[in-house]
Write a protein that binds this ligand. Structure first.
Ligand code: NAD
Length: 495
């Protein structure tokens, strides 16, 4: 059985002998084992990161940018292999996995501009013959803890920017699909990254707690479920660390009566069922406004029945399995709750069997109509291929639904009315908003992050927010000795 270890100081190593299985979600079988790192592994990673920081933080941003540029070229040559690693451990289709690797690659491209991004502000004559400027300095050892659903993209939201800023980075990937991170780290070494700048520590809560409680680690970037995000935020803040912790989601897509229904249906299909609904930006609630509901529900229902659910090795697959047997059972329980609480189950994805993959974690697309705010399937994040349709009388009712939900990651509106879309953009309490766009994931040069229970902390990921998160601001005020003419001053200087 293959054992997936850590990547520390440029080497595949581990002290711990404890492992847990890594499954193939398409078959439900164990395909490898991953190390659960212990204190020795942690110390090793900290030593390597600390040592590497001394030189890496001194290297010019331009030189760091050139290594990132090599890395970009190397990733481009390895997209297929990286995507296969993602699909084989996550289960998502190969094309979807490739897309996710490329969305991560775009952050590397963004980080190549680091000499420009680190430029500070300068003011001449803030006082008589006094100049002032700001510089951004690296934090030191930074760390990231990432979820199973994007094993390439989410880590790449973090470490390329942190490293470009002059930090070193310890990544704790999801124990459910750890292989892609190791490959990404090896490729970074091939691009010329010095040993110890990027280290991968595999494991679970035990290693996460060592990271959160370490005095050596300056910042924590987290992406995962809301209860864990909250725990990470509180523990990191208590330990004096900078922290950005992105949590779960329940994203609404509002369809107005004047929307292009064909576009809305296509948008909802991809956003609800793509990646088996295991995306934090998946649309899990469609809000049908006014008389649009019957047509919308019927068309989604028709299309969803033609969706091809298959393992990632099938080139025609449009949706793969969910991550684990436990997660499949949890989603099935939500479907049961939806029925019990009175929602209309239009399409039931349970009991789907795929020949040759009977042990796989497959679920078909599921569609509920007449869902209301008090139902469990509306209130909680399901993280599976289950779409709830809520019927709203008018736009105000739809906006209230979006704003009253505890999550605030993403939301979209489909309409041909500019005034309504502008009102929605301005007034929805949501971090990422789409106008006739189903999944409004910001590009690398913008920033990714939600509101409410979807983000704890002050900074979103990547873009200029990422650069600010991974650097400390210093402001310098300077006067040259010859210009000093006065004696001591005991009052606040003013201009
Ligand atoms: P998870 O919270 O179970 O795990 C995330 C990471 O935290 C993993 O590395 C895991 O090992 C670690 N972890 C788990 N429990 C822990 C604990 N008690 N203490 C310390 N560490 C712990 O999330 P997941 O199931 O891997 O991912 C799915 C979740 O992530 C969904 O809720 C989804 O919405 C969310 N997500 C959010 C975003 C976003 O940008 N907001 C993006 C992707 C995924």
């Amino acid at each position: 059985m293959k054992i997936i270890k850590n990547y520390i100081n440029g080497k595949i190593v581990s002290y711990s002998k404890k492992t847990i299985p890594v499954f193939d979600p398409s078959k439900g079988e164990i395909q490898s084992e991953v190390i659960m790192s212990n204190t020795e592994d942690f110390k090793n990673a900290i030593e390597a990161s600390k040592k590497a920081f001394e030189n890496w933080s001194e290297i010019t941003p331009l030189k760091r940018s050139r290594i990132l540029s090599n890395y970009k070229n190397i990733i481009e040559k390895n997209v297929e292999e990286l995507a296969q690693l993602v699909s084989s451990e996550h289960g998502k289709t190969l094309e979807d996995a490739k897309g996710s690797v490329i969305r991560g690659l775009e952050v590397v491209e963004f980080a190549c501009g680091i000499p420009h991004l680190l430029k500070g502000e300068y003011s001449q004559n803030v006082g008589s013959a006094i100049d002032s400027w700001s510089i951004r300095q690296p934090l030191g050892i930074t760390a990231g803890i990432t979820p199973f659903n994007f094993p390439a993209m989410v880590p790449m939201w973090m470490y390329p920017i942190s490293i470009a800023c002059g930090n070193t980075f310890i990544l704790k990937p999801s124990e459910k699909n750890p292989s892609c991170s190791l490959k990404l780290a090896e490729l970074f070494s091939d691009a010329g990254l010095p040993d110890g700048v990027l280290n991968i520590l595999n494991g679970d809560k035990e290693i996460v707690d060592l990271i959160l409680n370490s005095k050596e680690v300056s910042s924590i970037s987290f992406v995962g479920s809301t209860p864990v995000a909250k725990y990470i935020y509180e523990t990191s803040a208590k330990n004096g660390k900078r922290v950005q912790a992105l949590g779960g989601a329940k994203n609404h897509l509002v369809v107005m009566p004047d929307a292009n229904i064909d576009q809305a249906v296509d948008g909802i299909m991809g956003a609800a069922y793509g990646s088996a609904g295991e995306r934090c930006m998946a649309v899990s609630v469609a809000v049908a406004v006014g008389d649009v509901a019957d047509k919308l529900v019927n068309e989604i229902n028709n299309k969803a029945q033609t969706l091809k659910v298959a393992p990632w090795t099938d080139p025609d697959a449009e949706m793969g399995p969910v991550i684990s047997k436990e997660h499949k059972a949890k989603i099935e329980k939500y479907i049961e709750d939806g029925v019990k609480e009175g929602a209309t189950l239009r399409l039931d994805g349970r009991n789907l069997k795929i020949q040759g993959y009977e042990g796989g974690n497959f679920l078909g697309p599921t569609l509920f109509d007449n869902v209301s705010q008090d139902m469990t399937i509306y209130k909680e994040e399901i993280f599976g291929p289950v779409l709830s349709v809520v019927r709203a009388k008018n736009y105000d009712e739809a906006l209230n639904l979006v704003n009253n939900h505890t999550f605030g990651n993403g939301s979209s509106i489909y309409t041909s009315d500019g005034e309504v879309s502008r009102h929605f953009t301005t007034n929805c309490k949501i971090g990422m908003v789409g106008i006739n766009v189903p999944i409004p994931v910001p590009m690398a040069f913008h920033s990714f992050g939600g509101w409410k229970q979807s983000l704890f902390g002050d900074h979103s990921m990547h873009g200029i927010e990422g650069v600010r998160f991974f650097t400390k601001l210093k402001t310098v005020t300077s006067r040259w000795p010859k210009s000093i003419q006065k004696g001591p001053e005991f009052k606040m200087p003013t201009n």
